[in-house]
Every structure is written in C-alpha cells, then in structure tokens.
Design a protein. Sequence first.
Length: 329
Amino acid sequence: MEYPVTRLRRLRSSEAMRSFVRETHLEPGALVCPLFICPGEGVRNPIASMPGVFNLSIDEALKEAEKAASLGIGGLLLFGLPESKDEQGSGAWSEDGIVQRALRELKKSAALRDLLLLADVCLCEYTSHGHCGLVKKQGEAYEIENDSSVRLIARTAVSLARAGADIVAPSDMMDGRVAAIRDDLDEAGLEKVPILSYASKFASAFYGPFREAADSAPQFGDRRSYQMDGANLREAMREIELDLAEGADMILMKPAMPYLDVIRAARERFDVPIGAYQVSGEYSMLQAAFAKGWLEPERAMMESLLSIRRAGAGFIVTYFALEAAKLLG
Ligand code: PBG
C-alpha cells in the first residue's frame, strides 16, 4: 500500500505516539561506567582530554560507585594506576594491587550490592613499557610474547576474581587467554565467575585519551601485532568464535561507533550477550564538540548510545554512563 493510503508520518505525530512505536530503548541497567583507580586519599584528578572523567583514589571511587548504584547503573569497569611499574607488570596480579584493594573495599558497601564490579584484565597499565604483554627484545627489534603473557594474564584474572570481581574482562588480545583464564579460575574454585572477553578489539586511534587516563601508552612501537586491523570484519568473527569456544560467557566489541557494522554482524551470528565499549576517543570528540557549542550535549550523547544499542549491543561501557542514567531516570 502506498501513499496516500500509507502515511508513515501518522506514527510521528506526537511524543506519545513516537514513544509508543519506538523500537530501541536504553536503560541505566544496560550501562557500565569505567573507573580509573589511583593511589592516595581524597584524590580526584581530572583527565584533561576527557572532561568529567577522573583518576580516583579508593575512597573517592567508593563515592562515585554509590552514585552509580543510586542511578541504577548496571556495573563499573575498573582500571588501575599502580604506584610503580615493572617489565612484567607485577602490579596487575599483586595481592594488594590497586584494583584488588579497590574491589575489596567496594565489596564491603551494602549500597553496592546490585552493582556489578567488572575488572579489566590487562598488563598495559602495569608494565614499564606499556604493552599488554611481555616484551622480548632482539637488538632493535622487539616482540610481544604470547604464551608467557597469557600465563600472567590468567594469574591477574584469578587475583582480581579472588578480590571480589563479579566479572573478569580480558582486553589484551593475546591468543588463548580465555581458555587459560577459565582453567585457572576453575582450578582456584572460582568456577562461578564469568568471563567477558574483549573478543573484538581493533587497534584504534580512538584509545588515545584512555592512555592519558590510565597512563598506559606503549613506550615504543604500537599494538598492531595483537589488536586487530580495523579493516577486518571476518577476522573479528573468528576472534569471537574462538573466544566462545575457549569459554567466554559474553563478548565485548570495541570501539563502538566506528565499528557498528561489526557489532551488527556479531549480533546476527552469535547467541551470547554482547556489549560494546564506547571508547575514550569517541567520548572526547563529542565532549570537544559540546565545548565548542557545535553539538547539543544531551541529544548527541543519547543518539550516540542509541546507535550502539540499535546495532545490537545489549550493554554499553561508556564514560557517559552517569550522565545518561540521570536523563533516563
Ligand atoms: C587495555 C585497554 C585499553 C582500553 C581498554 N582496555 C587501551 C588500549 O588497548 O590501548 C581502551 C579504552 C578506551 O579508550 O576508553 N588494554
């Protein structure tokens, strides 16, 4: 049936009508807020390239977490800035590592009972060279070793789960790490802790501001030998397939907006919970446009989140989590 019988504008005539036929919805419970935990007390250091984002000491993180919980946010994703770094990234799996201590503290708060605590599992914030795995140097050349890195990454996951992480989320992109993490968790009696694998993670320029926030920029070279080439959708499907075969319970797609087609393809192909990470650069470029008065903040923020949801992400890790939850609430 065509015009004039069919008039699609009939269903756009009022907000009530539009809301009645809306296909995609956002809710606070589907949002995950990243937090960057640093040493000290009363510390709330702003990240210059990410307005509204801070490095927080554990006491400040607790306040932020309670805010998130009261807004009905689904979870927090924790990153750590250790006091010191070394070649192996030993701060990542240390019993009294910065995120381990934060987890123990946050777990004590009754107000956070319904807030999931996700721990990012990676070495890059803890290694002196800033790579996500161990570096083997041969003269001028260097290699990021896979299997030895996987041992340490699995050890990190166990340590974070022991400290109270509800979900461990490996973001390093080494081969075989999901299987190793599952094995080690099970062996440690942590068989109930799920793995959210950053299965589809591209080597992206959009991680730039994060590396300031987490102080994790590689000191030489780049991450292209472990993170995926941005041109490859089929390879992303293989990464996901392998991670699921190794025991991943959920997958995370990253970045989000420049890779909406990859999220859509994954949604159609895999029947597991899928999340997407609206990464630091996506946030910073919107904030920059807001600061210039070039975009309407609330509308642009919500539209960006909706696009990710519509592409097929069930949950979204986003630096806008608290702001968006306020609007949705
Ligand atoms: C750690 C990690 C990174 C991000 C999440 N986990 C940095 C990277 O891979 O360089 C990026 C998140 C963001 O940009 O917001 N491997």
